[in-house]
Design a protein around this ligand. Structure first.
Ligand code: FAD
Length: 640
């Protein structure tokens, strides 16, 4: 029998970023004994890196803003593939979640009259991002951690034990969700420091593990983003939704090579930064797609006037949604109009006084000075697209965040549906808070309502332990052993080259073949040494997740023969409204073959509620919806 450290809780939250912490706070407030597990140090989640802000229609800077406008912008940004109910809940509840953060001690930047300040961002009609300079994520995590500590202090008063009802297990990695028959019974994993195994028995498990960026070579994501939650959900029998949609942020650093991919926040453009090619041309005016033409300035003069007078001018095209800007930069570089290091120029130095840049963008100023020896108050930055965010994720119920497996929930970047084919900047932090809270609430209600708690099954624990130890076992037969680092590099190169920002049928088919080969080789991955803090071993285990998730991305991208948001097909360049009605669902194949382990199927995207459709002009709806989806009055000939 495997030796494991054993714990029992009501709710287990896997992930201590914004989604996980907000979920855990809610579960604990509902009276549940709650465990938070994170594979990094507590506080070092991805959310900390968020720079620009949290999108919420508080209307502090422009009182015309409201949830309906935020909903509209989100649906437009996602090219109407979003689950409308998630987009609705998100737009309605985001302001409350921000105000709640303030009551918990968050110190946002202020307007002159003392309200929470809000800044412009791509795709948002009004200044909407509540922010703390360009370090918003840090303040968000600090506040949520402080709230966790205050709950622990309350518990100390009641139980003489700080950890009586909420405990953090840091540097613990979950490798399996365990089940009792069809429902969740807990989790299995290992402690990173000692290598010892642990289980937590619990009827509710919330996945809040973030994204998948480490499957790509150039990414703004850090080492934790190996798609663990996506893979855990698949392996537990849940579905992933629309995994083909991967966001390439338009502005990552391109130089020096050691920092390639690190994010340059969209706030630079929100605060007036402009993009130019090597000819000095402000090229974004050449790339305004038809669906957005009415909302964006077509001259530099109008775009510039918008910063001071938004009521009477249209926004500059530098603030188009990210997918549009990333593709435009890609095209400029490909056409030979890029910078010496393969990017384009992003200039804020000619737009704002140096003092203002240092005040509004302190991290960017520091980042470029330290890493590239560029002073952004005096010279332009060189930037290019970087893999940033995954819109696809666990298929969940929009109201409860429940996955299809009873007891399993998902919130934050690991969940799918909310952002459709492309996420707007700032809409992730608000998503974490809105759906983190909902996941925590419903996981707690589910656990509390159970007549009988599921228990852990020893056979599953032994199997999970054997799986985790396999890389130490060596390989059967004479075949070569494989190095996990080499496999990871090849995986990243494959995804970057063949399933990247611009996709072609032949290349994606080749990617699937290469992934199949890598999966076979990964079974021969061998690590040396012992279980104490062994990064090679950790990577060998993460490879299973990255390979599963990468296959989902490649398989769905090959299937979707249109271009939409974060999925651009060179061979199918147009958006096709019949595809808007289709969600692509990945699940684990009953019989994994040499070709793959993922089963892909089509599922209808639920029709958008009529009163929400009424928020859009008919002319706009016609760009996205098929005739039979339009409100009946809009297709008179056919209906009469
Ligand atoms: P995370 O914050 O990444 O947390 C994931 C947690 O899961 C971590 O604690 C990790 O240790 C844990 N974990 C993962 N796997 C396991 C496992 N197997 N076992 C145990 N624990 C595990 N969005 C905005 O809205 N506004 C912004 O300004 C913004 N700026 C950004 C800037 C950068 C540089 C980046 C990279 C992203 C930015 N985003 C922004 C996106 C946003 O930050 C993320 O989408 C969001 O923080 C994800 O939060 P999360 O709670 O889902 O996951």
């Amino acid at each position: 029998m495997t030796e494991v450290e054993r714990h029992t809780y009501d709710v287990v939250v896997v992930g201590a970023g914004g989604a996980g912490l907000r979920a855990a706070i809610e579960a604990r407030e509902q009276g549940m004994r709650t465990a938070i597990i994170c594979k990094s140090l507590f506080g070092k989640a991805h959310t900390v890196m968020a720079e620009g802000g949290i999108a919420a229609s508080m209307g502090n800077v422009n009182s015309d803003d409201n949830w309906q406008t935020h909903f509209r912008d989100t649906m437009r940004g996602g090219k109407f593939l979003n689950h409308w109910r998630m987009a609705e809940l998100h737009a309605q509840e985001a302001p409350d979640r921000v105000w709640e953060l303030e009551t918990w001690g968050a110190l946002f930047d202020r307007t002159k009259d003392g309200r929470i300040s809000q800044r412009n961002f791509g795709g948002h009609e009004y200044p909407r991002l509540a922010h703390v300079g360009d370090r918003t994520g840090l303040e968000l995590i600090r506040t949520l951690q402080q709230k966790v500590v205050s709950l622990q202090q309350e518990d100390f008063k009641e139980y003489d034990d700080y950890e009586a009802r909420i405990k953090v297990f840091q540097e613990y990695t979950v490798t399996r969700v365990l089940k009792a028959e069809d429902r969740v019974s807990g989790v299995f994993g290992y402690q990173r420091e000692s290598g010892r195994f642990f289980t937590i028995e619990a009827p509710s498990v919330i996945l809040a593990t973030g994204g998948i960026g480490k499957s790509f070579k150039v990414t703004s994501n850090s080492w934790e983003y190996t798609g663990d939650g996506h893979a855990l959900a698949l392996l537990a029998g849940a579905n992933l939704l629309n995994m083909e949609f991967v966001q390439f942020h338009p502005t990552g650093m391109v130089w020096p090579p050691s920092v390639k991919g690190i994010l340059v926040t969209e706030s630079v453009r929100g605060d007036g930064g402009v993009l130019r090619n090597s000819d000095g041309k402000r090229f974004m005016f050449d790339y305004i797609p038809d669906v957005f033409r009415a909302q964006y300035a077509d001259t530099e003069a109008e775009g510039d006037r918008w910063y001071a007078d938004q009521a009477n001018n249209r926004r500059p095209p530098e603030l188009l949604p990210r997918d549009e800007v990333a593709r435009a930069i890609n095209s400029e570089v490909k056409a030979g109009r890029g910078t010496p290091h393969g990017g384009v120029y992003l200039d804020v130095s000619t737009r704002l006084p140096a003092e203002e840049i240092r005040r509004r963008l302190p991290s960017m100023h520091h980042q470029f000075k330290e890493l590239a020896d560029v002073d952004i108050t005096a010279e332009p930055m060189e930037v290019g697209p970087t893999c940033h965010y995954v819109m696809g994720g666990v298929e969940v119920d929009p109201d409860t965040a429940a996955a299809s497996v009873p007891g399993l929930y998902a919130a934050g970047e690991v969940a799918g549906g909310m952002h459709g084919s492309n996420r707007l900047g700032g809409n992730s932090l608000s998503d974490l808070l809105v759906f983190g809270r909902r996941a925590g609430l419903h996981a707690a209600l589910y656990a509390a309502a159970l007549a009988e708690r599921p228990t852990l099954d020893q056979e599953q624990i032994d199997a999970a332990a054997a799986e985790a130890l396999a890389p130490f076992e060596g390989v059967d037969g004479d075949g070569p052993v494989e190095n996990p680092y080499t496999l990871h590099q090849e995986l990243q190169q494959t995804m970057n080259d063949l399933v990247g920002i611009i996709r072609r049928e032949g290349e994606m088919a080749e990617a699937l073949q290469r992934l199949a080969g890598l999966r076979e080789r990964a079974e021969r991955a061998v690590v040396e040494g012992h279980r104490q803090f062994n990064p090679g071993w950790h990577l060998a285990l993460d490879l299973r997740n990255m390979l599963l998730v990468s296959e989902c991305v490649a398989r769905a991208a090959l299937e979707r023969t249109e271009s939409r948001g974060g999925h651009t097909r060179e061979d199918h360049p147009a958006m096709d409204s019949s595809w808007r009605k289709v969600n692509l669902i990945c699940s684990i194949a009953d019989k994994p073959s040499t070709e793959g382990q993922i089963h892909l199927q089509h599922k209808a995207n639920p029709p958008i509620r009529a009163d929400l459709l009424d928020l859009f002009e008919t002319g706009e709806l016609k760009k996205y919806l098929t005739d039979d989806e339009l409100p009946s009055a809009d297709v008179p000939e056919q209906r009469t």
